[in-house]
Design a protein around this ligand. Structure first.
Ligand SMILES: Cc1cc2nc3c(=O)[nH]c(=O)nc-3n(C[C@H](O)[C@H](O)[C@H](O)COP(=O)(O)OP(=O)(O)OC[C@H]3O[C@@H](n4cnc5c(N)ncnc54)[C@H](O)[C@@H]3O)c2cc1C
Length: 309
């Protein structure tokens, strides 16, 4: 079985999920190549994780869903790959069904476990907002999968990457006219190793400095419950949960968050979960590895103070 790894980039840097997916296919023992589209990025960096062959399509212009999907479908066919591997990122989620339709391929999104089993892939992916962990096999000839960021780490396995520059006459229709880079400057909640999230228990945006200061002290990204986002305290790109982002950091700290099922859907696969809540019956404690039953306004400043020391 041969894989093609789509290496996504942002702000001139390859994304961590690209390295994770290269490490994954390498670990599975698959023959593989990588593909990068556009961007002034150092595609050779993929070699650090074991990618020996990278096709870099030198396309100018912003992200174009149709344009990218056409190039990826062509790249799958020309490389002879059986499976296209992408990140379960916003771009991966947008592209996977489009490429799947072009290739008549089955698509498995947000995979949390991928194994090779009898010449096929055996995949575990959450369904029904994480209530079910389904084990599936894709029976189509071509397959497309998106893998959840942070589930598989990036393992260094250096080889020299052979970069082949390619051109494509695919027309990038202007779909994204301008990329507003404001949100891109901060650590992305889906890629961070530590996430500090706050909820309605913070009482208002004027208290959010507690989340911000704790996150800074830990080098973490900030997340939020939907209640905090709906109230306008935080931007939607920080929302964790069923209708927000799915995260799987090493450490997730939930502060003043009750642990509604829709929130858990986005963070329950975190490796360690710490909950701070004054209600001992809060559902978040059912999945927390460590729980602090206390007033957050008392505990969080003390945590920040200790960490700063
Ligand atoms: C279709 C659908 C999709 C949804 N998608 C999402 C989603 O993606 N993400 C999401 O988060 N939610 C989502 N929700 C909403 C979800 O059901 C909850 O309403 C929401 O998660 C609650 O947010 P919260 O925990 O911040 O607020 P609350 O449920 O109000 O909890 C606040 C918590 O703070 C605690 N608290 C209060 N004061 C303090 C204090 N001083 N010290 C310590 N603890 C304190 C309270 O004990 C309470 O447990 C969705 C709902 C629906 C119907």
């Amino acid at each position: 079985m041969k894989a093609l790894v789509f290496a996504e980039h942002k702000d001139g840097q390859l994304r961590k999920i690209a390295f994770e997916n290269v490490s994954l296919v390498k670990q599975l023992g698959l023959d593989f190549e990588c593909v990068v589209i556009g961007g002034d990025v150092n595609a050779a960096e993929l070699g650090k994780y074991g990618a020996a062959k990278v096709s870099h399509y030198n396309k100018a212009g912003n992200y174009s869903p149709d344009g990218y999907a056409t190039i990826l479908a062509d790249a799958v066919n020309s490389s002879g790959a059986d499976v296209l591997v992408m990140g379960a990122t916003s771009m991966g989620k947008d592209l996977a069904p489009r490429v799947g339709a072009k290739l008549n391929a089955a698509v498995a999104s947000d995979c949390t476990q991928v194994e090779v089993d009898g010449g096929n892939l055996k995949i575990v992916r959450p369904m029904y907002a994480g209530k079910v962990q389904a084990t599936i096999k894709l029976t189509s000839a071509k397959k497309v999968i998106t893998v959840r960021p942070n589930v598989y780490g990036a393992t260094e396995n250096a080889v020299t990457a052979n970069i082949e520059s390619k051109s494509s006459d695919v027309d990038f229709k202007t779909v994204v006219k301008e990329i507003i880079s404001g949100a891109g400057a901060k650590l992305d909640v889906t890629e961070a190793d530590i996430v500090v999230s706050g909820g309605r228990g913070l009482k208002g945006p004027e208290n959010w400095h507690l989340i911000e200061d704790l996150a800074t002290a830990l080098g973490a990204a900030q997340g939020a419950s939907r209640a905090a986002v709906d109230a306008g305290w935080r931007p939607h790109d920080e929302q964790v949960g069923q209708t927000g982002k799915t995260v799987a950091p090493s450490l997730y700290i939930a502060i003043g968050i009750s642990g509604a099922i829709q929130h858990l859907a986005g963070m329950s696969s975190s490796k360690y979960i710490v909950a701070i809540n004054k209600d001992p019956e809060a559902p978040i404690f059912k999945i927390a590895d460590y729980g602090i039953v206390a007033d957050l306004f008392d505990v969080v400043p003390r945590m920040i103070e200790e960490l700063k020391k």
